[in-house]
Design a protein around this ligand. Sequence first.
Ligand code: NAD
Ligand code: TYD
Length: 355
Amino acid sequence: MKTTILITGGAGFIGSHVVRLFVTKYPGCRIVNLDKLTYAGNLANLRDIEKNSNYEFVKGDICDAGLVQQLFEKHDFGGVIHLAAESHVDRSISNPMEFVNTNVIGTVTLLNAAKQHWKASLAAVLKGRLFYHISTDEVYGTLGKAGKFKETTAYDPHSPYSASKASSDHFVRAYYDTFGLPVVISNCSNNYGSYHFPEKLIPLAINNIKNNKPVPVYGKGENIRDWLFVEDHAKAIDVIFHKGKIGDTYNIGGNNEWKNIDLINLLCRIMDQKLGRVKGESAKLITFVKDRAGHDLRYAIDSSKLQRKLKWKPSLKFEQGLERTVDWYLSNEEWLTNVTSGEYKKYYELQYVAR
Ligand code: NAD
Ligand code: TYD
């Protein structure tokens, strides 16, 4: 067991689930969560575990080389699970530089600190150190009607987001090939579940349906995504962190493809039922809007390597996971209101002052 683990971006959607899993499952392990608390990061996502004695939060930027180096010296991390990123494709279209800074420069800043502190020698491997980089299936580009992304699929990113993630993946591999830094990478499909910032399709649609606002569907709604319940992703990260082969890549996916319009219609049916509305009422909110520029048509992941070698598989059926997700949002209205209004951000800004 690696004793102190640095998790970056632990206040975000997926990061908060990973932090929660590690803090509760490994009480003998210390978790340091480094997060800048951007609009997407929120300490309310971690309220249930924030007082655990094996958990520590540090507010800071992964691009701050001095801070990152200092943290490595202070904690002598056994492992890094790197999730911090700018993650929303639409924001990457309006502000690509933010994505270059955090996703590329931030990742290289962390790699440098690990390399320097771990001396990047074979000894680092023997001592069980690991730099685990969390990436996305979007680096592979887009699929036609058939086929799935394999670990060997050539990179072909189309959005500034996926281009920045592809670049960070290349840097991670370059540090393995050039300096022998012990790394592992996973590329996952679209996640859904609790604590998802309501700018992404599923939480945005739930929030809008609840408030009787239009649900924007890009283009004709024909684009396809492969959805995975976020807690299943966190479990996959746990397995890969502990059993993954150094230098390897693992694809993670739900084997669960949905056309956007079909997904939204399913969500509308669930919302009608949960809100006691007449059948078909929520679907009236569906509004087709201008398509996203460079919109990838289809993502689908072949996760057979992970399933075969590390014995992971998704635990939930989509209909079950989606219903559970809707229930969570409807019973956590305060969270939804406060993240949308920025109220939590103001509150936590007062508690944590950046270095
Ligand atoms: P998110 O946007 O919800 O959270 C990102 C977190 O990173 C936030 O807490 C934010 O405050 C923090 N952060 C951003 N810039 C930072 C910086 N410069 N320094 C320190 N912290 C910073 O993202 P997410 O959806 O949880 O995604 C987490 C990771 O998983 C990302 O690397 C993303 O590329 C990857 N991923 C996401 C999905 C998905 O469906 N959401 C799928 C596959 C892979
Ligand atoms: P999103 O949740 O932004 O994830 P990603 O772009 O990383 O896959 O979008 C999921 C799909 O839903 C994608 O095809 C774009 C589409 N979409 C809409 O149709 N309307 C929306 O308001 C949003 C945010 C996304």
